[in-house]
Design a protein around this ligand. Structure first.
Ligand code: ADP
Ligand code: MG
Length: 349
């Protein structure tokens, strides 16, 4: 039931503002896979989903689903389901009839539509909630019903527009698990819009970064984190280390010294990036460190969730490392940072 989604050269400008919202946006989401669209607020994510769904018309470009051009296909015939941050369930219908709605609209009899709806209710782990009214549900349950309602229409493509961002962290985690189990059974092609990097990496196969209506990069989750295509892509993925320098051979030369790197730009000017999680911190000197090692002094140490963010001054460069609180580390400590070559990446300037 899933299908490839292929976007080609989408442009969109709203007449009243005149500013381009989507610019030459091309993206392919393979059948049955999930791509997260990650980007700052106002970057055009919702507009992109609305264009895919047929709720907005693009000025240029094509939307193809399962090889078919959708330009002349009305929204309700595109086999696209959508779930928003607010569930938009019908308050006057029971939970079961909300889910049965698409079946009823497409001509399925009441009993058959309800029977099928009950299956979808079970899929989102809400057996026994069918007779409830929408106002009797918690926020998390409401989003489960919204997902069941979208799935009941058997969409080829499921579009999720920040569907979990109003939920607390524990519920969000439950929803991520739920989405995984739904994908195992129904496997629609999914586009998930989120501004939460952890959510994108937990739920999706690939991540597409968007900024100012432009696709910056698209790739696997690990490429997004560890092989960013540009400095901006690294920054949007939360990378905090960037060191300008020059590449000769497979070595990056900078104020940090000579650092061998595993991937990225070839000869010439390049910025070294390494995830703060990949920087290894040793106390004192570390003669036996197998990677490039850089001496420094701890300048700051801040608790961030279950980890500690450490700023280490290495000459002119301030590097960031994330360490476990079990590792003793205090401001003023002399330390050595090691930068494993396979974690070091260089982007062109
Ligand atoms: P995101 O979902 O990434 O936050 P949106 O797609 O909602 O971004 O919006 C992108 C830009 O388009 C914003 O500047 C927003 O103000 C503008 N925009 C969205 N919808 C409309 C509309 N219907 N008319 C005019 N401008 C709009
Ligand atoms: Mg939005």
């Amino acid at each position: 039931m899933s299908a490839d989604l292929v976007l080609q050269g989408i442009d969109k400008t709203f007449a009243d503002t005149g500013a381009p919202v989507l610019r030459d946006f091309s993206l392919t989401v393979a059948a049955g896979t999930c791509t997260a669209i990650l980007g700052p607020s106002g970057s055009g994510k919702s507009t992109l989903l609305r264009v895919i769904a047929g709720l907005e018309t693009a000025d240029a470009g094509t939307v193809r689903i399962g090889g078919h051009d959708m330009v002349a296909v009305a929204a309700e015939r595109r086999r696209v389901g959508m779930v928003f941050q607010r569930s938009l369930l019908f308050p006057h219908l029971s939970v079961l009839d909300n889910i049965a709605f698409s079946g009823r609209v497409s001509g399925v009899g009441r009993a058959a539509a309800r029977a099928r709806a009950a299956d979808y209710l079970a899929m989102v782990q809400l057996d026994g909630f069918g007779n409830r009214r929408v106002h009797e549900l918690s926020g998390g349950q409401e989003q489960r019903v919204a997902i069941a309602r979208a799935l009941a229409a058997e969409p080829a493509v499921l579009l999720l527009d920040e569907p979990f961002s109003a939920l607390d962290a524990a519920l969000r985690g439950d929803m991520h698990d739920l989405l995984e189990s739904v994908r195992a059974v129904a496997s629609p092609t999914i586009v998930l819009v989120t501004h939460d990097r952890d959510e994108a990496s937990r739920v999706s196969d690939r991540i597409a970064l968007i900024e100012n209506g432009v696709l910056l990069t698209e790739g696997t989750v690990s490429e997004a984190y560890r092989r960013p295509r540009s400095l901006r892509a690294a920054q949007l993925m939360g990378g905090r280390n960037e060191v300008p320098g020059t590449v000769r051979g497979a070595v990056h030369h900078s104020a940090l010294g000579d650092v061998p790197f595993g991937s990225g730009a070839c000869e010439g000017a390049g910025i070294l990036v390494i995830r703060q999680e990949d920087v290894v911190l040793h106390r004192g000197s570390a003669a036996d460190v197998p990677a490039a090692s850089v001496p420094g002094v701890v300048e700051s140490a801040r608790v961030s969730g279950a980890r500690i963010e450490v700023g280490v001054r290495c000459g002119d460069v301030l590097l960031s490392a994330e360490i476990s609180p079990t590792q003793p580390c205090a401001v003023g400590d002399r330390v050595t940072l090691s930068l494993p070559a396979d974690a070091v990446h260089v982007v062109s300037i």
